[in-house]
Design a protein around this ligand. Structure first.
Ligand code: AP5
Ligand code: MG
Length: 210
């Protein structure tokens, strides 16, 4: 299956992708994570992307599409993949259609009021990228990843003013592409619940995977 996960920042795309990887036996590709890796490795692309991410804006389409195209050529993507955070603009959606045929698009919905609370409590593993929350999904040992034992950190773009900017960018530039996929008959929706497991149930139901 070639699946796209849409949804506002903090909706739980990364968290639900972790479950879907096990269930569907395909990799999840987060363009946000690819970009953060490029920044920490100080690659040319990472240096170009940094100021956009820090301000909560989108990285220019041509940079992200190039990065994604390269990743999709890797062996593990040949039987399908989950795209987390791509496409994010109409132009990216059209470019993706030229690269491959997507099967389904799942939009995880969450009200703006909940997002600040979700993102201000998020802690992310430096090693494997797993996502935790201080209240909703705490790690067993404070600031240590349950899966790989790596240290947990706070993402640089999880500051309140950057979260607000990311949210308005989502409404302006990303949300409209739901109509594009609806017209193709590929869009389904799941509503973010207070509990991660309840959200997973909604996600599996929306995808017809219960
Ligand atoms: P990206 O990394 O994709 O960030 P995002 O879309 O803003 O989404 P997040 O990762 O913040 O949220 P999420 O939905 O994955 O939520 P999570 O599961 O962590 O992108 C970052 C930046 O990179 C962008 O701003 C942009 O600059 C750039 N970029 C990336 N892709 C791009 C593209 N295609 N084009 C251009 N630029 C691009 O959950 C959040 C928290 O809530 C966690 O702490 C989690 O534990 C908790 N939680 C999850 N589910 C629940 C639940 N049901 N109940 C309670 N808590 C929950
Ligand atoms: Mg994410």
């Amino acid at each position: 299956m070639k699946l796209v996960l849409l949804g506002p920042p903090g909706a739980g795309k990364g968290t639900q992708a972790e479950t879907l990887i096990d269930r569907l036996k395909i990799p999840a590709i987060s363009t946000g994570m690819l970009l953060r890796n490029a920044i920490s490795n100080k690659t040319e692309l990472g240096l170009k992307a940094k100021s956009f991410i820090d301000s909560g804006d989108l990285v220019p389409d041509e940079l992200v599409v190039g990065l994604l195209r390269e990743r999709l050529l890797e062996e593990d993507c040949q039987n399908g993949f989950i795209l987390d955070g791509f496409p994010r603009t109409q132009a990216q959606a059209e470019m993706l259609d030229k690269i491959c045929a997507i099967d389904k698009v799942l939009s995880i919905e969450l009200a703006d009021e909940k997002i600040l609370q979700r993102l201000s409590g998020r802690r992310v593993c430096n090693g494997c990228g797993a996502s935790y929350h201080t209240i909703f999904k705490p790690s067993k040992v404070d600031m240590i990843c349950d899966s790989c034992g790596g240290g947990l950190t706070i993402r640089d773009d999880d500051k309140p003013e950057t979260i607000k900017r990311r949210l308005s960018v989502y409404h302006e530039q990303t949300e409209p592409i739901k109509a594009y996929y609806k017209a193709q008959g590929k869009l389904c929706e799941a509503y973010g619940q207070e509990d991660v497991k309840d959200t997973t149930k909604e996600v599996l139901k929306a995808l017809g995977l219960e």
